[in-house]
Design a protein around this ligand. Structure first.
Ligand SMILES: NC(=O)c1ccc[n+]([C@@H]2O[C@H](COP(=O)([O-])OP(=O)(O)OC[C@H]3O[C@@H](n4cnc5c(N)ncnc54)[C@H](OP(=O)(O)O)[C@@H]3O)[C@@H](O)[C@H]2O)c1
Length: 335
């Protein structure tokens, strides 16, 4: 039981490099394998990160009995297929966001995990970051009263058409890539299912959403607005407003180089109330996230701060609805 969880990576993705660096510091998880469609890429990756096994196909890694769980950093259109294949091979799965291309796919993925008796979770490093954990505690403690409104954004510039994010056949678009962050944040903070969604977008020449703004009406009365973009300077911010105060956070994935993420908290109703700055310990979100995943696999579900299967399905439902609404000139989509 005290042995580290042995993790394999499916695909030598760019993000897999940051993941491997971050997870190297985790106590209870060890990366033991890397698979790539290209044998030399797998070998180079294994050498660079000191990984024991490398495979020239994803299938080969799934057959290896020394791998307990896999990390899936493949293009979005491949998440469902490879998560299900990994589950069928008896591997636990931590899959990159967005978990799936649709809520239907997400539901099939969790059904497969249940059928094969493995754990599947969607990866959002910011949810394991102490900054987000503390934000949720503050809300639960009533620091800002009952939450009424959330405004959350994430924008990151991408224009290179060779990037998977700008490829319509690989699940590109700002909503699935960047928008999954603010949508997931809203779902986690609201703690209730969405009722309806409305969205407006600006499009690329390939008809992918480049910038999108959505309003989400939650079943418990909370209203949220999210935005995402590939056409802006980097920005990441959330404003959470309750009946008794305000929280602002950049809900960061990672706090590198000794930086300390902070939360701005204003208690009270008036505009004269001062903001408190709450400094949180920080670190590599992949390290936090995989440690929590390792504990979850070993049965310690209390340690997992990430999305539950139902959270992930609701996130996918909101992403589906926002995409439909944006293509339908902003009509409300009821869920
Ligand atoms: N959590 C985060 O902070 C974070 C950050 C960035 C990205 N992501 C997510 O991680 C995933 C990967 O993003 P990335 O930027 O790392 O992508 P990437 O560098 O393009 O890597 C994707 C990998 O998928 C494999 N692949 C298999 N079939 C492919 C195909 N037809 N075309 C392209 N690649 C293919 C390739 O690995 P091989 O050639 O080795 O087989 C490739 O290296 C996405 O789902 C993204 O949303 C998450």
């Amino acid at each position: 039981m005290n042995k580290p969880l042995r993790l394999g990576i499916l695909g030598a993705a760019n993000i897999a490099r940051s993941f491997a660096s971050g997870v190297a510091a985790a106590q209870d998880v060890k990366i033991v394998a890397i698979a790539s469609r290209d044998a030399s890429k797998a070998e180079g990756f294994a050498r660079e990160f000191g990984i024991e096994h490398h495979f020239a196909s994803y299938e080969a890694m799934l057959c290896n009995s020394e791998v307990d769980a896999v990390y899936v950093p493949l293009p979005n259109t491949m998440h469902a297929e490879w998560s299900i294949r990994a589950a069928a091979a008896g591997k636990h799965v931590i899959c990159e966001k967005p978990l799936a291309m649709s809520a239907g796919e997400a539901t099939e993925m969790f059904a497969a995990a249940e059928q094969y008796g493995v754990i599947l979770r969607e990866a959002y490093p910011y949810l394991a970051q102490p900054q987000t954990v503390r934000t949720r505690e503050l809300i639960a403690e009533g620091a800002i009263g009952r939450v009424q409104l959330i405004r959350a954004s994430f924008g990151v510039p991408f224009s290179d058409r060779s990037n998977i994010r700008l490829n319509p056949t690989l699940g590109g678009g700002s909503l699935l890539d960047a928008g999954s962050y603010p949508v997931s944040l809203c779902r986690m903070l609201v703690g209730a299912p969405p009722k309806r969604v409305q969205a407006v977008a600006r499009w690329t020449a390939d008809a992918l959403d480049r910038t999108l703004v959505a309003t989400i009406d939650f079943a418990n009365g909370v209203l949220a607005q999210i935005s995402c973009s590939f056409a802006t300077a980097f920005h990441r911010h959330a404003l959470i407003v309750g009946e008794q105060g305000v929280i602002e956070t950049d809900y960061t994935n990672h706090a590198w180089s000794g930086s300390h993420p902070e939360i701005k908290l204003r208690r009270g109703l008036g505009f004269r109330a001062p903001y408190e700055t709450i400094f949180c310990p920080g670190g590599d979100g992949f390290c936090f996230e995989t440690s929590e995943f390792g504990a979850l696999v070993k049965g310690d579900s209390e340690k997992w701060h990430g999305a539950s299967p139902q959270d992930s399905i609701d996130i996918a439902r909101m992403l589906d609805a926002a995409a439909i609404s944006a293509r339908d000139d902003g009509q409300w989509v009821c869920l």
